[in-house]
Ligand binder design. Sequence first.
Ligand SMILES: Nc1ncnc2c1ncn2[C@@H]1O[C@H](COP(=O)(O)OP(=O)(O)OP(=O)(O)O)[C@@H](O)[C@H]1O
Ligand SMILES: [Mg+2]
Length: 276
Amino acid sequence: MKKIEIKNLVVSVEGEKILNGINLTVNNNEIHALMGPNGNGKSTLLATIMGHPSYTVEDGDILIDGVSVLEMSVDERSRLGIFYAMQSPVEIPGVLNLDFLKSIINAHRDEPIKLPELYSQINTNVKNLKIDDSMIRRYLNNGFSGGEKKKNEILQLNLLKPDLALIDEIDSGLDVDALSVVSEEINKRINDNFAAIIVSHYDRFFNLVQPTHAHVIIKGKIVKSGDNQLVERINKEGYEWLLAELNLTAPVAKKQQPIIGGIGCAANKGNNGNNK
Ligand SMILES: Nc1ncnc2c1ncn2[C@@H]1O[C@H](COP(=O)(O)OP(=O)(O)OP(=O)(O)O)[C@@H](O)[C@H]1O
Ligand SMILES: [Mg+2]
């Protein structure tokens, strides 16, 4: 994969528009930081690129090396080289992690992987990621701690070696040591055939995995692009300056239904629920 182009992407969830015309091009070797206040469409963008069925593309296109992926299923996109490390990995009781890992590897190969090779790859990752190997024999994410779930996502990334990794708040829930282990593993992937879109709220992570580009999504649109300096400024000053620059009043993507009068009205006025 040489390039992904997202063109005027409009996406809705349950009839409500969440993305309002995203334009973004990511070339091989580029690491794009994606920031933005909560609930403004970052995960929606990544999930839509991966082909999550809850997200309806209303307009625009997603092109990989010039070919639209919109009609492709999630597994077809995965075989093309896209990988999504989820913000909240799903617990699947009944599916052994080991079986799941074997299945995702085999879905990318013509011949099934031989067990010694599978174990060798997994053992290398267990060691590098500093995870307890009992995690491999447990049900997928079932009862895993927050940090263990995130490390299991990076384990999958390492096994699949995608060309384009969509990495969604991998740093949330990781302790300081785990954060450096995980960022080291991501940095190992940075070579000739790797690009990534990485969502994080903090420059702490982007100091460890250095982005080549940075973008801010507000109300389902990329409203500002730049480089690591943009990340640093947001970390220091938050989003107020940007909202003022854009003449926006509140970083809220959708109107919320009133639950009880005061709270609902406050949410609709976009004051972040601060009623005082
Ligand atoms: N499957 C869904 N069903 C209903 N609403 C959804 C769904 N997915 C996203 N949304 C809504 O779309 C909006 C954007 O959500 P999204 O998860 O993309 O935000 P985000 O920018 O990733 O936020 P955060 O920083 O909190 O992770 C939110 O208001 C969210 O509630
Ligand atoms: Mg999110």
